[in-house]
Design a protein around this ligand. Structure first.
Ligand SMILES: Cc1ncc(COP(=O)(O)O)c(C=O)c1O
Length: 365
């Protein structure tokens, strides 16, 4: 492998985080969320490493089909569902469970379900409880349940919702959503699913039968004000690269595009082979930390496409070729994300395809 930047994916850490999710879930089923290439970690590798998961959640049909194509046999929830008769048929054929969030999807199902064999469809109605993104209002969901339960092709009708503010442990909207969801579910028979990582860890909704953790499995914190380490989570991805060049910049000279940082004195700098072309956030400001050896050093100036510059004044021993950790072991992705004004999810999912992923810890536990 010639590229200096790489993402190491620690499958032992993934399994550790999954075990923690299971311990919080109690008797509920755990369906890891592996959409967006498992938040940048590699969907197939992640799913294979979580062989004892009860099911998986993906965003769209293509992701679900990719899992079936890789031989994954557990139930798979396609959160956004199908949008056409063809999509419905493909999902039925592949045994994918479809989210249903809108009237148009219901129309497609009613129109095309009679063309499918009996019991071919598993559907989870997404209930609008306060997120105001996707979902059926409670009354529409009850009506939908009545309509769908009359169709021979429909084998299962589940109910799901998604919390908007569960990351903030005391936020009152979670209680409002939980109450709304409880009312919409009256009389429901099938699976019930509400909890994301944050709601699972804070016990905000213990009444569901299937939980859908995502970010916690990858070792980042889903909760504002609580670090991943504090929650007992281990980072799964460590993004690493190496020092490409070391040099001294005279006092008064600028660094990088836009000349946004000026050396106040003669300054020893290092140039690291990683940039926004790899998914490192361009908007990470001067002062954002990277780790070299046992030392955290600061970024200076703007992040370029293939490199960034760091301040080596407090790390005189650093040489060309030394390893640099951008996030992961020793420097949490949440810390880097906070410095860059974003969230760990975006950084992890944003690592670009040109970054090789290397997998540590074997395929399954
Ligand atoms: C519908 C749904 N459920 C569950 C999750 C998992 O959330 P988290 O990664 O915060 O655990 C997501 C993530 O965006 C989602 O969209």
């Amino acid at each position: 492998m010639q590229r200096l930047v790489r993402a190491s994916i620690d499958l032992e850490a993934l399994r550790h985080n999954f075990a923690l999710a299971r311990s919080y879930a109690g008797r509920r089923e755990v369906w890891p969320v592996v959409k967006a290439d498992a938040y940048g970690h590699g969907m197939i590798e992640v799913v294979r490493a979580l062989a004892d998961a009860d099911g998986f959640c993906v965003a769209d049909l293509d992701e679900g089909l990719a899992l079936r194509g890789a031989g994954i046999r557990q139930p798979i929830l396609v959160i956004q569902g199908a949008h056409s008769g063809a999509g419905l048929a493909v999902a039925a054929e592949a045994g994918l469970t479809l989210g249903v969030h809108g009237a148009e999807q219901l129309d497609v199902i009613e129109r095309d379900a009679p063309k499918l064999s009996a019991g071919a469809l598993r559907l989870w109605l997404k209930i609008e409880t306060g997120m105001h993104r996707l979902g059926l209002e409670a009354a529409a969901a009850r009506e939908a349940r009545d309509r769908l339960s009359g169709l021979a092709a429909v084998a299962e009708i589940g109910m799901m919702t998604h919390f908007a503010c569960a990351d903030s442990a005391e936020h009152p909207l979670t209680e409002v959503q939980a109450t709304e969801f409880g009312m919409a579910m009256r009389g429901a028979q099938g699976p019930i699913s509400a909890c994301n990582s944050a709601a699972l860890l804070t016990g905000r909704y213990p009444h569901d039968t299937v939980v859908r953790p995502g970010i916690m499995l990858y070792g980042a914190s889903p909760l504002l004000g609580r670090s991943a380490e504090d929650l007992g989570l281990s980072p799964v991805m460590t993004l690493r690269s190496r020092v490409l060049a070391v040099k001294e910049v005279p006092a008064g000279r600028n660094i990088g595009y836009g000349a946004t940082w000026t050396a106040p004195e003669r300054t020893r700098i290092g140039v690291v082979a990683v940039g926004y072309g790899d998914g490192y956030p361009r908007h990470a400001p001067s002062g954002t930390l990277v780790r070299i050896g046992a030392c955290n050093v600061q970024i200076l100036g703007r992040v370029s496409m293939d490199s960034l510059t760091v301040d080596l004044r407090c790390a005189p021993e650093v040489r060309v070729g030394d390893e640099v950790v951008l996030w992961g072991r020793g420097l949490s992705v949440d810390q880097v994300a906070a410095a860059a004004g974003t969230i760990g999810y975006e950084l992890l999912a944003g690592v670009t395809p040109r970054v090789p992923r290397e997998y540590l810890g074997g395929e399954s536990g």
